[in-house]
Design a protein around this ligand. Structure first.
Ligand code: SAM
Length: 246
């Protein structure tokens, strides 16, 4: 699977060299290419922003450097057709645009994207990217505007890192034991049960006795009850959706 990230801070993505994702990259399971948006400018100052039409605070990212960068990325993909606009919608790479005004990035969304061959990510800064870029990019990509949550970051890089990690760990072979992916929070609409390791008694706090019982049925029932209780208490929104599916 290939990721292309366009940013004005390529060095921000250096952490993708460490841990599980770093190993997956070295083993060729996940391929990540980072592009500097300023390489697609032609003025002396390598300008990527300008003042907003209609006035207001802050600067907006100019459309042309984005168009040139995204054309370059689309042409690099594993399945890039000779004539990009002739590609069927399912064949087009996905372009993720992190923005607080996008649809919520979820585990389900990550699973869907882990099936794709090529995912590009456009990291905005300042007040964001000129809106016309997204409509224009539909010719080359399936464009999805995505939010990490209801708060505002300084730029799309942190969102890109989070999404690459969430998607990348679902690519077969990246996480050593695939069973560990199945039981995680959000996989079945519930939060994960609490986990414990040795020693059984730590600073006066004991592990719940059922986990030492060796009775797999009882352990499974206890874990399920914990999942439900946690979800009900901590995430009433998830609980309501889960409860209504019953
Ligand atoms: N003016 C924008 C607004 O109010 O929607 C916020 C711009 S923010 C300062 C700069 C960039 O950070 C955005 O273009 C986006 O790439 C990224 N960003 C900020 N918050 C985000 C979030 N919750 N999810 C994903 N990306 C985010």
């Amino acid at each position: 699977m290939r990721f292309d990230v366009v940013t004005i801070f390529p060095e921000y993505l250096a952490v993708l060299d460490v841990s599980l994702l770093g190993r997956a990259r070295r083993e060729g399971l996940v391929d990540v290419h980072v592009h500097d948006l300023r390489d697609f400018t032609f003025d002396r100052h390598r300008t990527v922003d300008d003042t907003p039409y209609g006035g207001g605070a802050g600067m907006v990212m100019k459309p042309e450097p984005w168009a040139l960068a995204l054309e370059h990325v689309a042409a690099q993909g594993p399945a890039a057709p000779a004539e990009p606009s002739s590609a069927a919608p399912g064949d087009r790479p996905v372009l993720l645009v992190p923005t607080p005004s996008g649809e919520r990035f979820t585990q389900r969304f990550a699973r869907e994207l882990a099936e794709r061959e090529h995912v590009a990510i456009a990291c905005g800064r300042y007040e964001g990217i000129d809106e016309r870029v997204f409509g224009w990019a539909e010719e080359l990509f399936e464009v999805r505007l995505v939010s990490l949550g209801d708060y505002v970051l300084n730029g799309g890089e942190v969102a890109a890192l989070a999404m690459i990690e969430a998607i990348g760990r679902l690519v077969p072979g990246v996480v050593g034991n695939p069973a560990s992916l199945v039981e995680e929070s959000h996989e079945d609409g519930l939060l994960e049960y609490p986990v414990y390791t040795k020693p059984a008694d730590w600073r006066g706090r004991a592990v719940p006795p059922v986990l030492l019982s060796g009775d797999h049925g009882k352990v499974a029932a206890w874990r399920r009850a914990q999942q439900e209780e946690r979800t009900r208490e901590r995430r009433p929104d998830l609980w309501a959706a889960y409860d209504s599916e019953d």
